[in-house]
Ligand binder design. Structure first.
Ligand code: KIV
Length: 273
């Protein structure tokens, strides 16, 4: 399938993502957490930008995604939103902003949409959360689901390892995916599950799947921008492809700056007024 220039310049919508799945065109999704990065990611041609709650880790330095608040997510998302012209903006609903009851969830989703400029929200969970998703979708808010490794449940899961490896948990994941599709999700993130299972889910569903550590059979892929740019030296899981070594590039640049300041080389006469 080939896409023309008009297609590539068109603002990405949830409908466009459905078309992409139908046409066998893969969906490229990446996180962003600030305006400058969002501008670069958008201009590079990304289809979907996610303000994920992994911001709790890579922006705020927390060891889990649990502490980040709805206000913090909205602040980050509003910065990212100002940098996007083409990509579809999805914002994670953080831990505690939707699990309580459907009204709380709807109010949280509405706040994200009104205050950040997002086009959609993302929610972790399967059949248990499907009625809540249905409620949010019925308010006109597109919802992306998230199955497999759901980091907000780390205290229940007890591991960030691969999920749904056993037959029973794989069957449950398929049932969860169908429930999310039925509830009105426009796409589902599949995180850290066996590639064969992700392929089966992707073939079963009409809506697109976006994989992270879920193999090539998904309809699209997502990574965290700091991870794929190699900013965090110590983070090298199997699924991660590093497209740059910004840790090294930044460290080199920073050390050169320090050295120039200390030696008096910076600023030079041509860098002064
Ligand atoms: O928060 C996040 O970065 C995510 C991706 C891993 C999909 O949810």
């Amino acid at each position: 399938m080939s896409t023309n220039t008009t297609d590539n310049q068109r603002k990405v919508t949830t409908r466009r993502l459905a078309e992409m799945k139908k046409n066998g065109e893969k969906i490229a999704m990446l996180t962003a957490y600030d305006y400058t990065t969002a501008c670069i990611v958008d201009q590079a041609g990304m289809d979907v930008v996610l303000v994920g709650d992994s911001a709790a880790n890579v922006v705020c330095g927390h060891s889990t995604t649990l502490p980040i608040t709805l206000d913090e997510m909205i602040f980050l998302a509003s910065c990212v939103s100002r940098g996007l012209e083409r990509a579809l903006l999805v914002v994670d609903m953080p831990f505690g902003s939707y699990q309580g009851n459907q009204i709380v969830a709807l109010e949280s989703a509405i706040r994200i949409m009104k205050e950040s400029g997002a086009t959609a929200v993302k929610i972790e969970g399967g059949q248990d959360i499907a009625p809540t998703i249905e409620r949010i979708v019925s308010a006109g808010i597109p919802v992306m689901g998230h199955l497999g490794l759901t980091p907000q449940s780390i205290n229940q899961l007890g591991t960030y390892g691969v999920q749904a490896k056993e037959d029973a948990s794989a069957e449950k994941l398929i049932a969860d995916a169908l429930a999310l599709q039925q509830a009105g999700c426009f796409a589902i993130v599949l995180e850290k599950i066996p590639a064969t299972l992700a392929t089966k889910v992707s073939k079963t569903l009409e809506i697109p799947t976006i994989g992270i550590g879920a193999g090539a059979g998904c309809d699209g892929q997502v990574l965290v921008v700091q991870d794929m740019l190699g900013m965090n030296k110590g983070f090298s899981p199997k699924f991660l492809r590093k497209y740059a070594d910004l840790n090294e590039v930044m460290t080199g640049a920073l050390q050169a700056y320090i050295s120039d300041v200390k030696s008096g080389d910076f600023p030079s006469a041509s860098e002064a007024y």
